[in-house]
Write a protein that binds this ligand. Structure first.
Ligand SMILES: Cc1cc2nc3c(=O)[nH]c(=O)nc-3n(C[C@H](O)[C@H](O)[C@H](O)COP(=O)(O)O)c2cc1C
Length: 668
């Protein structure tokens, strides 16, 4: 509960002729939920409608193609064909019934089109590298520009005929067509559409005019801009301040300000945990100084209290939330009621929403119901059962929470003295503390739902015999994998789990980490301290990885930042080396040849060059995890329903553990 009502956040605002009931907007996020012909699918409809029902005043739809060429994620909604109007109309009707407003983010994907998959070369202001796929685009001709300008107007007209309340024009991030034209980083033209900022803006002014002609001057237009591209040679905030009044004069009704470019500063566009909250607020505030129209801000504003304070300080007029509304579509309703502790937090992990999004549908670690709103709706259990959840990691906690909310009698057993499981280790490395929000939230909800929690309780078959549950959910997690390499049992060999948990004394001196996945790299950062420190001494870290690259199990934006920090901390990274033997003062490695097959499977073969890496005091194993499940086989036959979830089933990430928990807890 909060004492202070969020008055500003829940006050109305007008964007041109469009009135919003509050200041919370859903950020445009490509989902891969739409039909391939660009029509709104049932899945996309349900996803957006859930966010309107959750109370957001404005829904900005994902990047919405205007010409049938798809952006990065291929199944996105489109506005290039009249047949897209009817399904969009059904969506806008549903959104209006909730009292919310909806605008599609209309865009020409330009260099970021995946049309080359169909043997069509993407276009851009100039021939440049396409960021999302390793290909180049060709320079769009002036004749084609005229055609594209018409396409923008036609798309806006369709948006209006679909009942949309306006449109957003995507011109940010040195990305897609408009964002590329406006930035000198990609616009190298010497004709009327390139060179000075006025010329780089020409296509925008023509687009605005065409939209006004076809959709009406009163049809609200929001423009998304990078306040500052923060990339050498790119646009800066002074240029944005210069162009904002020109754009208002040309018909823009509001600005949606982010920052950064693809790919150099993409972490600012998709900011991972550990990056500052509200990181674009200063740029929105700067734009507000020069225009009278509303200015939106976006990026890591997950807490309604932060949103309120940004509005109170007059740094922005509308708060755009992306991942926070994936994690909890009900955030606005809960915030309005002061139920802040009940808001499922976004932890900025990016595992469900960002990683691999070009090949799969968007999901969310904290909320596996995203994109499955209908099928995952919580229904009361047909017959309340006695449910025993064994293991209090994120999977076990989530399963217990959902089962209890459905009316089951749930008891959770955790063998440690606190819940959280392997997540308690994941939060130890620098920049990861935000992940504690997940465990805190789940622990709070579990208690609130009436789950009986037994800590320091290792479950044995005898415990189960005594409890006689109808259902057992085995969520006993995983532990460090220790491969059988000669020397692995020596005293100077420890696991990353041991180091992070504090089970062993913090190693110092020269440390070698075997395994360059996320755990190995984060442990390297945790330990690295190349200078002298009177308390922990000097720690120089070397990481050895058998593949050709490290951190490949990480979200790209988080990986980029971690690699920069590891570089600063002078961590040495050696790839293409497989450890054959652990020596008293190092390791014996052999080189590897790594091949990626067309189906993306990776084959790693040993070469014949052996090498000894010596001078190491401690060897840390970060080779992955293995399942811990000593119970399920024993319980089958004794307990009517037995389920194994998460790492206990197969070592993966909390994303999978929670997804399986969500499924199982709905099934029982
Ligand atoms: C899965 C995903 C897809 C995104 N797709 C788009 C998009 O289509 N258009 C766009 O302008 N921004 C896109 N973004 C950026 C978001 O609009 C937003 O700026 C970003 O998520 C930061 O805000 P947040 O911290 O509130 O999530 C996307 C972000 C995510 C996580």
């Amino acid at each position: 509960m909060i004492d202070k009502p969020l008055t500003k956040l829940f006050s109305p605002i007008k964007i041109g002729t469009m009135e919003l009931k509050n200041r919370i907007a859903l950020a445009p996020m490509d989902t891969n939920y739409a039909n391939h012909d660009g029509t709104v699918s049932e899945q996309y409809h349900a996803y957006i409608e859930a966010r309107a029902k959750g109370g957001a005043g404005l829904l900005i739809l994902e990047v919405t193609s205007i010409d049938g060429k798809y952006p990065y994620v291929p199944n996105t909604v489109g506005m290039w064909d009249d047949k897209q109007i009817a399904p969009m109309r059904r969506l806008t009707d549903a959104i209006h019934a909730c009292g919310s407003r909806l605008i599609p983010q209309i865009s020409h994907p330009g260099p970021e089109s995946v049309c080359f998959l169909y043997n069509v070369q993407p276009v851009g202001p100039s021939p440049t590298m396409c960021f999302t796929y390793k290909t180049t685009c060709r320079e769009v001709s002036v004749e084609e520009i005229h055609h594209i300008v018409e396409q923008f107007g036609d798309a806006a007209r369709r948006a209006r005929e679909s009942g949309c309340d306006g449109i957003e024009l995507h011109s940010a991030h040195c990305y897609m067509l408009l964002g590329s034209f406006i930035s000198a980083l990609r616009n190298k033209r010497s004709d009327a559409y390139g060179g000075s900022i006025e010329s780089r803006l020409r296509i925008h002014l023509e687009v605005l005019k065409n939209i006004q002609a076809k959709a009406g001057r009163d049809f609200p237009i929001v423009m998304r801009l990078s306040g500052d591209e923060l990339t050498p040679g790119g646009r800066d905030i002074e240029e944005t301040k210069y162009i904002a009044p020109i754009l208002v004069e040309a018909g823009v009704h509001a600005f949606h300000i982010s920052s950064g470019t693809f790919p150099q500063m993409s972490w600012r566009i998709l900011p991972p945990h550990g990056t500052p909250m509200g990181l674009n607020v200063p740029y929105a505030a700067a734009v507000k100084e020069v225009v009278k129209v509303p200015v939106f801000t976006v990026g890591r504003i997950n807490d309604p209290r932060l949103a309120e304070s940004i509005l109170e300080r007059n740094q922005a007029d509308v708060i755009v939330m992306g991942r926070a509304l994936l994690a909890d579509p009900e955030l606005p309703n809960k915030a309005a009621k002061g139920q802040l502790d009940d808001i499922t937090p976004c932890i900025g992990c990016g595992l469900g929403c960002i990683a691999g999004r070009e090949t799969r549908m968007m999901t969310c670690l904290m909320n596996p119901s995203v994109g499955r709103e209908k099928e995952m709706a919580l229904t009361p259990a047909a017959k309340p059962k006695k449910v025993m959840v064994i293991g209090g990691g994120p999977g076990g906690l989530h399963a217990a929470m959902v089962a209890a909310k459905r009316g089951h009698e749930v008891t959770l057993y955790e063998k440690q003295d606190r819940v959280g499981g392997q997540f308690n280790l994941a939060v130890i490395p620098p920049g990861k503390q935000e992940l504690t929000k997940a465990t805190q939230f789940l622990a709070h909800q579990v208690a609130k739902a009436g789950v009986k929690v037994h800590l320091n309780s290792e479950v044995t078959p005898a415990t189960v015999d005594k409890e006689k549950p109808d259902v057992a959910i085995v969520a006993t997690g995983g532990e460090a994998l220790i491969l059988n390499i000669p020397g692995v049992k020596e005293r100077h060999v420890v696991t990353a789990h041991d180091v992070l948990s504090g089970k062993v004394r913090r190693p110092y001196g020269d440390v070698l980490i075997i395994g360059g996945g996320m755990v190995g790299l984060e442990t390297a950062e945790f330990l690295a301290n190349p200078g002298h420190n009177p308390i922990v001494g000097r720690t120089s870290v070397t990481v050895i990885e058998m593949l050709g690259n490290v951190g490949m199990d990480m979200v790209p934006e988080g990986r980029t930042l971690l690699m920069e920090r590891l570089h600063e901390a002078q961590v040495r990274i050696l790839t293409n080396r497989k450890v054959r033997e652990i020596l008293k003062d190092g390791v014996l490695v052999v080189d590897t040849i790594v091949e990626t097959k067309p189906d993306r499977t990776v084959v790693c073969k040993e070469g014949d060059k052996e090498e000894a890496i010596r001078g190491m005091k401690t060897i840390v194993l970060a080779m992955g995890a293995k399942s811990v499940d000593v119970l399920s086989a024993e319980l089958k036959g004794k307990v009517p329903e037995v389920y194994v979830i998460g790492d206990a089933k197969k070592p993966r990430k909390a994303l999978e553990a929670i997804a399986e928990a969500a499924e199982v807890a709905r099934k029982i």
